[in-house]
Design a protein around this ligand. Sequence first.
Ligand code: UDP
Length: 313
Amino acid sequence: MRILVTGGAGFLGSHLCDRLLADGHDVIAMDNLITGSADNIAHLAGKRRFHFIHHNVTNYIYLKGPLDAILHFASPASPVDYLELPIQTLKVGSLGTHNALGLALNKGARFLLASTSEVYGDPMVHPQTESYWGNVNPIGPRGVYDEAKRFAEAMTMAYHRSHSVDTRIVRIFNTYGPRMRLNDGRVVPNFISQALAGRPLTVYGDGSQTRSFCFVLDLIEGIYRLLMSDEVEPVNIGNPTELTIREFAERINAITGNAGGIRFEPLPVDDPKQRRPDITKARRILNWEPVIPLQAGLEQTIAYFRERVTAED
Ligand code: UDP
């Protein structure tokens, strides 16, 4: 297949490119490098089956030749990033998704949308099943991401229903692993960078809020299976092992041997109190579940961060 990955130089996009190339596909990565990084795809430069196009998908996407699939992953994804880039975030989720769907229609390509657990907002249903409609504050600071992704899902279903585009929607829960940006502001890069510097980990609020962390290669496997399936309705992909943020901080301090402890800081506005995917559907229709334990995934991630910190010194 010839496949376009928007956001192809990002954390998830670049791992997807690797996976698709390994499976023998031709891959075009498209990115405007605002939150993505050329470093993430540097190892692919010069490969015959790989091409990179520097482009902002908020603008019309022109691509020569046939295309079999589009994986639409372009968007800031860290709360810190999308709070700094609120309008770009809304535009890439809305205009960018419209452009990518238009391209899919034009080329007769399958379209997979990277959606998010943020469509569930601060959830009143726990764990979150795909049938839950969510609890999102449309005018809060996180609304720029949540509503853009909700609009993107609606647009994807509209293209499916009105134009018969062959679509997929993955709802991605918290994911971690190599190639996360050191300074992206999310909890994993923050905690690991702080731990490696021997500083206290900044726990927001009292740390009783929960998240469930999936290692990136598990997630990529789930997305690949969804792409190859015929499921049109949204599917949660994530790891159901749930931890409080305080427990998570203690875990990182233990693995890294950081004696810096924990420092409590104010909780950001609308920070979801709990999050855990119900992956019954993914298990049933994709025969998928995560296999990489948190300990092993964190060790790989910490090793990656250690290398980057040393390189930047
Ligand atoms: N968080 C934290 N300290 C940090 C960064 C994040 O305690 O330095 C918390 C944040 O308030 C949230 C959780 O960790 O409850 C996950 O935050 P992240 O930004 O990674 O993503 P989210 O799941 O909120 O989209």
